[in-house]
Design a protein around this ligand. Structure first.
Ligand SMILES: *Cc1c(COP(=O)(O)O)cnc(C)c1O
Length: 366
């Protein structure tokens, strides 16, 4: 028998969250962002749930090939564009649209031999200061691109640094709008947080939701997934390997990190940091046992965690433990955002960090 740990992808929840994005985006088309192997879910596993999108956006050319191999004939966008000149050949062969964020990418395009002009998304750095042309240089980049026979339609894009927070998007949106006022082309500006929080201002022609499709609230803890009506798309579950009865003063695990104040029953669950469960999660991190909410106690080990069984009297060897997602037993939900917060991180990171040794369940029938 393999260890009982298992990750499950919920096709129906993906479909629901995509619909939720559409509701905010109204008339805009929706890129389903599937970078980082669909935020750790596996591109092939999310395809059925997300194929109702208007296109798939990602960064890695090998992932773009996988999307095409699934039979997707619609738009595919490379969010960071090409990394070297020969990537443009793959763009031609697979009909990939690509972002252009720097002069070097324009140089490569100018030298590219192709019969079929390519669709590009010209990226503005409107304040994030990672990728893109500054507003001052944007117009000249557009003019240069527009003169190339290798280039078909040019769309305009930017990315927000604070769509999830207090600073908001107004300063960047203003810079983007001012510098693009006289330029034709479709617009793409909104990630999940902007799509949900600023729907009236960020629809553009294409929205680019990622994390919300996977049931994570982009502005947690200000809002949670229930507030945004998002459903968990990944469940990480395992089973209890052992039950221990502690007396007052007994300690648990490495570093004797937790001390029982009185008699306490704990369970040992088959999951650890080598599975991608964050080691920074300490005593108090929420967990479901038999679908009942309880807490972790002590330190996360490589292959095990220990959980408080107070309030879960029927828990025994083999009982279901849900680390995040949905309990099969009761349907109770433990949002990944809560676990991430307990570990000092965000839901994005936990989903992406599920370790290769964790098997995924066969996809649920659609
Ligand atoms: C990752 C990414 C997105 C999606 O962001 P979320 O916060 O996951 O919605 C959108 N646009 C670009 C350029 C990205 O890199």
């Amino acid at each position: 028998m393999p260890r009982p740990i298992l990750a499950t992808v919920h096709t129906e929840a993906l479909r629901h969250n995509l619909e939720r994005a559409r509701r905010s985006a109204l008339e805009a088309r929706v890129w389903a962002v599937v970078k980082a192997n669909a935020y750790g879910h596996g591109i092939e596993r999310v395809y059925e749930g997300l194929r109702g999108a208007d296109g798939f956006a990602l960064l890695d050319l090998a992932e773009a090939e996988r999307v095409r191999a699934l039979g997707w004939r619609g738009p595919v966008l490379l969010l960071e564009g090409v990394f070297e000149a020969r990537d443009l050949e793959l763009c031609s062969r697979l009909d990939l649209w690509h972002t252009v964020h720097c002069d070097e990418q324009i140089d490569m395009l100018a030298a590219h031999k192709t019969l079929k002009p390519q669709r590009v998304f010209l990226k503005m750095n409107s304040g994030m200061n990672r990728l893109g042309f500054t507003p001052e240089r944007f117009g000249s980049a557009w003019t240069r691109l527009n003169a190339l026979t290798q280039v078909d339609e040019i769309s305009l894009m930017t990315h927000f640094s604070d769509a999830d927070g207090d600073r908001g998007i107004a300063h960047q949106l203003e810079a983007f709008e001012r510098a693009t006022r006289d330029l034709p082309g479709e617009r793409s500006i909104a990630n999940s947080a902007a799509t949900l929080r600023h729907p009236d201002r960020t629809r553009g022609d294409w929205v680019r939701p990622g994390v919300m499709l996977y049931g994570v609230a982009p502005d947690y803890p200000e809002h949670d997934s229930a507030h945004w009506q998002l459903q968990p798309t990944m469940t990480l579950s395992t089973k209890l390997l052992s039950v221990q009865t502690l007396a007052a003063g007994d300690t648990v695990g490495y570093g004797s990190n937790f001390t029982a104040e009185g008699p306490l029953t704990i369970g040992v669950a088959a999951v650890g940091y080598a599975d991608g469960y964050p080691r920074h999660c300490g005593t108090g991190t929420p967990v479901l046992v038999n679908g009942v909410r309880t807490r972790m106690v002590g330190r996360v080990s490589m292959d095990m965690i220990t959980v408080d069984l107070t309030g879960v009297p029927d828990a025994k060897f083999g009982s279901e433990v849900t680390l995040w997602g949905k309990s099969e037993k009761t349907g109770a939900v433990l949002p990944i955002d809560e676990v991430a917060r307990a570990g000092g991180t965000i839901g994005y990171e936990l989903m992406c960090a599920v370790a290769p040794r964790v098997p995924f369940a066969e996809p649920e029938p659609a």
